[in-house]
Structure formats: structure tokens, C-alpha cells
Design a protein around this ligand. Structure first.
Ligand code: NDP
Length: 603
């Protein structure tokens, strides 16, 4: 690949101008409301293609120690960490037909995780598993989720193909009543919510989308019954099909080369090109990662988090594009804040950013032979405005005669869908199959979505309380008035690209809260004053990301061009420091959230 040169001030000024124009070309007045959810008449797009119709069962009326909502890595890790604390009855309730969460639903061809497997897969030390590839295929990850669930005996009490519909605190028994869409109303002393952030597939609100008479599905519900094949390819059902795919984000980048191999013709409907960096996936051995030593995986994962959080590290064990591009991400990182000189930082950052983006644009030019196609595949925005992606197969796919790139930027996406295809500008594309790689709604699952009402002490509803003064919590996990409710997720805490690591630290924390409460016969519930103090500490050091997101092309990172990052408040010093803070707090201050029970604990 071309070695990037340091851009001159004139080049930087030119890029600024170009980025501004590209952003203006793409911002839509309907912003985040342009999408349709996959419910009601579009419920077909979210149905479970793997589990079939759920088996009949009697509604449950029993009592468990902990109800965990969500059977993805968050819920599984919560279950495993609770087991390690000796908690007996843990019931995980999951919409899908098995454990795995995003890796249960997403099984599209080409699926891999773009975070190194040895840091992404949790509990490798505990399970003794060593991933086979640097970047694991989805099925290996899904099987690992099942491995953890089996090791920690999470299957016997689990409820699959079941959605929790409400949580209600009962002051008399001091337990939660958990209601589900299968008629269950069981009790739980504690509730842990782990409902995920990008779990509900969304569709573009393209006029006529309901008229298409060909075959159609969302990438997170891949229809192998129609395409044939497996995530490794071999989709013989597409050999005579004209396939359209909408979306070129992290999912589209992985799917498109696989479609190119198997379909008669592929039309890629692109609105904004992604950055597509080198992948260099390879098989790995236990020796490669030092897996013969106890604690190797924890050490590697901590080292990774240190680096991507901008903390000093003596070595870079993973050494991939995420860790080596961390300098570019410093805008989000604590080291910059601590150093203070913002103007110097912004200049240095912009130069590094421009060099990186020039390198990525050069990669397109070097690979794609048709000059017009190459030009349209070039991303014109700052690095990490959109989620960075990685592939060595994506650009070469556009050199094939059976792949056509259709650039829809000038029309803000596809203009119209008809009964037999898609219209962009003056051209109608006839299609047999239309696949949506259009991503997921943000913040529409779980409590924040309003679809899961939570009634706490005195029947007060959580979102009603938050409607008055905004979301309130201690560390993002617990709330005054909602005893024994522990929320995992990215509200008012700290996140990072390796989200399974974040979830694991949260699960460790949640399990420690439960264990401390059990040991003291107490309830877990912070005071309003500790919520105030936590929110004040978030506000005090809040990093100013808005300037960055306001300049970015639209996407879910900035509320479709609205300029605000999706996370309303986060721990300013980043995830690594947040984990240290939580550890100290558990050692020194955990008693502050333990309140006296008025009832004896249920046996
Ligand atoms: P995204 O939301 O990232 O991408 C959606 C795509 O659909 C974009 O290219 C978008 O264009 C396009 N689109 C939306 N509406 C229209 C329209 N009307 N006309 C044309 N195009 C349209 O979804 P993904 O599923 O790709 O990724 C979602 C997230 O899932 C990722 O950001 C990542 O966090 C995670 N993921 C992680 C992976 C991993 O390896 N760890 C792999 C895959 C996904 P535009 O950009 O213009 O809005």
C-alpha cells in the first residue's frame, strides 16, 4: 500500500472543504426518523429464522434469585459471574431460540468479528478455549457463548423465545415480578438487564418498500433456505439471481464479497462509503498468543483496552489497526484531556487523520480498476466518523463483471422500491432478491426504549422519573427507588470498541453487588445523593465530542447528522480508568448502596 505522506496545510484546508461539502450532500432533513422499525407489517424482517415456532410450555409462577434479561454476552457473563459468586437460581430470559445475542441473530455469509478474537471472546482463561483465527468467524463466537453458558450451567433455568414485558417491584415481599410475552409472572430477588444496544434490525423508510414482490430479508436474519449455503459461502440458490444489497457498513463490507462469489449479479446500493482497511486474517496457535500461561487472555485484553483508551502501555500485544490507529481516536480519549493543550492536539490529530484517510483512499485506487467506481468508493470524512471496517476482499469484488456499484448519495439513498426492483435517478434495477444491510435501531431495546416498563418503589415508573430530570444512576448500573435492579449497558459509564470486555467488567461488578447484598441480607439501592455525586463527576470532566461529530457525515454515531454523540454522558477518563474506579469502589465504598431489608429473604 502507498506510504502516506504528512499532508501540507493547504491539503488539510482542501480536505476540510471537501468533507464539509460531502456532509452537506448527505444530511437529510428527516434525520433519524428516516428509518422504519421491523415490527407490525414489517415484523417478518425480525422473525427468528433459526428456532422455528417456539414449543408450547406452561407459564412459570416460581421464584428465582436473579432474573437476567438478555442472553447475549452481557447476560451470559452476568450469569457466569453470579455463579462464581455462588448464586444458585439464575434465570436468563432471551428472545432468541438460544444463547448468543448478536451472534445468535447475525449469521450472514462472511460474518467475522473485526476485533481480535483473543481479546473479544470473553472468559478464555476460565474455559481454556484458544481461538483458531485472529478474527473469528461468527459461528466460532456463537459456539463460545454456548460454551460459557454450558460451563456455568445456565441452560436449566433459561427461557428462550421469550420476551420480558414488564418488571414490577413489590414493596411487601421485596422482590421483582417479571412478566413475559409467554404468560409468565415469576418473582426474582434481583434483576439484571442486558438487552444490548444494536439489537433491533431497522429498515430504510424508502417509498414503496412494502411493494417489493421478490425475495427480501435483513442481514441479521439471513435466509439460507432461499440462498442455500452457509456463512462460509456456497449459496447455490443465488446462481441465477439478481441480488440487490442496501448498505455498506461493517455488515455490508463482509457480505458483499460473498454475494459476488455466488450470485448471478450483485447491485450494491451505496449511500456513504465506509473506510475499509487491511484485514490480514490468519490462523493462530496457542503459542502465538502465549496461551500456555495462566491469565494470558486477561493480560492481553487489559493491554488492548489500555491502548485503545489512550493509556500508556509498554507493549502492544494485539498490534492491529485498532491499536495502531488509537492515536487518531485520541479525541475521545483521556490522555488528551489530561495534557490540556487543545489547539495543539487538534492540529496534530487532524494531520494524522488526513494521512490515514489518504492512505485508505489510495487503497481503493490501487485495487479497483474502474476509475469511476474507485472514485465513488472513496470515503470523504474524518477517520472514525463512521465505524472503521476491515476487509481484503471488499474492493476486489468490484473488479468482477457481476458486481455493479450504484451510488445513491445524490438522491439521499434509494429513491423508490417497486414490485420488481429499485429506482435510483433515471435507472430502474430489476431484482430477484433485495437484502437490507441497513443496521440496527439505537436505544430501542430494553428499558430506555419504553417497551419494557419498570415500576419501582410506590409503583413509580423508571422512565417517568427520568423524564423529569434526565436519566439518573450510580455508575450507570443502579437507581434510587429501584432496588436490586442492575442495568448493564453504556449509559453513564464507560465504553470501548471491545464491548465484551466492557460487559464482563459490568457483569463482575453486578455479581459483586448481589454477593454483598446477600452476605448482609440487604437490598442494593443507591441514594439520590450518590446519584447526584456521580452525575456531577460525569458533567465536570465531560469531554467535548460535539465539535467532531458535528463535522461528520450522518450515521448512527451522530444521530444521523444531528451532531451529538449517542452516549449522552460517559465517564470522562475512559473505560480503563472506569474499571479501576469500580474496583476501588467495590473495595472501599460498596456499603453505601446496601440498604436494610424489611422482609426476610425468600428461601
Ligand atoms: P450500519 O448502520 O453501520 O450501516 C447501515 C448501512 O445502510 C449504511 O451503509 C447506510 O448508509 C445504509 N443505508 C441506510 N439507509 C439507506 C438508504 N435509504 N439507502 C441506501 N443506503 C442506506 O449497519 P451495519 O449492520 O453495517 O453495522 C452496524 C453495527 O454493527 C456496526 O457499526 C458495528 O458496531 C456492528 N458490527 C460489528 C461487526 C464486527 O465485526 N465487530 C460486523 C458488523 C457489524 P449511510 O452510511 O449513508 O447511512
Amino acid at each position: 500500500m502507498t506510504t502516506p505522506h504528512a499532508p501540507t496545510p493547504d491539503e488539510i484546508a482542501g480536505l476540510r472543504q471537501r468533507y464539509r461539502l460531502e456532509r452537506e450532500r448527505r444530511v437529510r432533513p428527516d434525520g433519524a426518523t428516516q428509518y422504519r422499525s421491523t415490527d407490525a407489517e414489517f415484523g417478518y424482517y425480525a422473525a427468528d429464522p433459526y428456532a422455528g415456532a417456539p414449543a408450547e410450555r406452561e407459564p412459570l409462577r416460581d421464584t428465582v434469585d436473579v432474573a437476567v434479561i438478555g442472553g447475549g454476552f452481557g447476560g451470559i457473563l452476568a450469569g457466569a459471574r453470579l455463579r462464581q459468586q455462588g448464586v444458585k437460581r439464575v434465570r436468563i430470559v432471551e428472545k432468541g431460540g438460544d444463547f448468543g445475542g448478536t451472534w445468535y441473530w447475525n449469521r450472514y455469509p462472511g460474518i467475522h468479528c473485526d476485533i481480535e478474537a483473543h481479546v473479544y471472546l470473553p472468559m478464555l482463561d476460565e474455559t481454556g478455549y484458544v481461538p483458531e483465527w485472529k478474527y473469528a468467524p461468527g459461528e466460532e463466537i456463537r459456539r463460545h457463548a454456548v460454551r460459557i453458558a454450558e460451563k456455568y450451567d445456565l441452560y436449566p433455568d433459561a427461557l428462550f423465545s421469550t420476551a420480558v414485558t414488564s418488571l414490577t417491584w413489590d414493596d411487601t415481599s421485596e422482590t421483582w415480578t417479571v412478566a413475559t410475552d409467554r404468560g409468565d409472572t415469576f418473582r426474582a430477588t434481583y434483576v439484571v438487564t442486558a438487552t444490548g444496544t444494536l439489537s433491533e434490525p431497522k429498515l430504510p423508510g424508502i417509498p414503496g418498500i412494502e411493494d417489493f414482490k421478490g425475495h427480501t430479508f435483513h442481514t441479521s436474519r439471513w435466509d439460507y433456505a432461499y440462498t442455500g449455503g452457509t456463512p462460509d459461502g456456497g449459496m447455490t440458490g443465488l446462481a441465477d439471481k439478481r441480488v440487490g444489497i442496501v448498505g455498506t457498513g461493517a455488515t455490508g463490507i463482509q457480505v458483499i464479497p460473498m454475494l459476488a462469489e455466488d450470485a448471478a449479479h450483485v447491485y450494491v446500493f451505496q449511500r456513504t462509503p465506509s473506510t475499509v482497511d487491511v484485514r490480514a486474517n490468519r490462523r493462530t496457535t496457542a503459542e502465538d498468543v502465549g496461551a500456555d500461561r495462566d491469565g494470558w487472555a486477561r493480560e492481553r485484553r487489559d493491554n488492548y483496552l489500555r491502548i485503545v483508551s489512550g493509556e500508556p502501555a509498554e507493549q502492544d500485544l494485539v498490534a492491529d489497526q485498532w491499536t495502531t490507529s488509537a492515536g487518531l481516536l485520541e479525541k475521545l480519549l483521556p490522555s488528551f484531556r489530561r495534557q490540556g493543550d487543545r489547539a495543539a492536539f487538534e492540529t496534530a490529530y487532524e494531520v494524522a487523520d488526513a494521512a490515514k484517510m489518504n492512505e485508505l483512499r489510495a487503497r481503493v485506487e490501487e485495487t479497483v480498476t474502474d476509475a469511476d467506481t474507485a472514485e465513488r468508493l472513496k470515503p470523504w470524512y474524518r477517520y472514525a466518523c463512521k465505524r472503521p471496517t476491515f476487509s481484503d476482499k471488499y474492493y476486489p469484488a468490484f473488479n468482477r463483471a457481476n458486481v455493479t456499484l450504484v451510488d445513491t448519495a445524490d438522491t439521499h439513498g434509494i429513491e423508490r422500491i417497486t414490485d420488481n426492483g429499485v429506482v435510483v435517478g433515471d435507472t430502474a434495477y430489476e431484482l430477484d432478491c433485495l437484502i437490507f444491510a441497513t443496521g440496527f435501531s439505537v436505544g430501542t431495546s430494553g428499558i430506555l426504549s419504553g417497551k419494557l416498563p419498570v415500576h419501582g418503589r410506590d409503583g413509580v415508573q423508571l422512565l417517568h422519573r427520568w423524564a423529569q430530570r434526565g436519566p439518573r444512576s450510580l455508575h450507570g448500573f443502579t437507581c434510587d427507588g429501584f432496588p436490586n435492579l442492575i442495568q448493564l449497558g453504556s449509559l453513564q459509564n464507560a465504553s470501548s470498541v471491545n464491548f465484551t470486555h466492557i460487559l464482563d467488567e459490568q457483569a463482575v461488578h453486578g455479581a459483586a453487588l448481589v454477593a454483598a447484598a446477600e452476605a448482609k441480607g440487604a437490598l442494593v439501592e443507591p441514594s439520590g445523593a450518590s446519584e447526584d455525586a456521580w452525575l456531577a463527576s460525569l458533567a465536570e470532566g465531560a469531554p467535548d465530542h460535539e465539535w467532531f461529530h458535528a463535522q461528520c457525515t450522518p450515521g448512527y454515531y451522530n444521530r444521523e447528522g444531528g451532531g451529538r454523540p449517542n452516549s449522552p454522558s460517559a465517564y470522562p477518563d475512559g473505560a480503563f480508568a472506569f474499571h479501576e474506579l469500580l474496583k476501588r469502589w467495590r473495595e472501599e465504598s460498596m456499603a453505601e448502596v446496601l440498604r436494610t431489608r424489611t422482609t426476610p429473604q425468600p428461601s
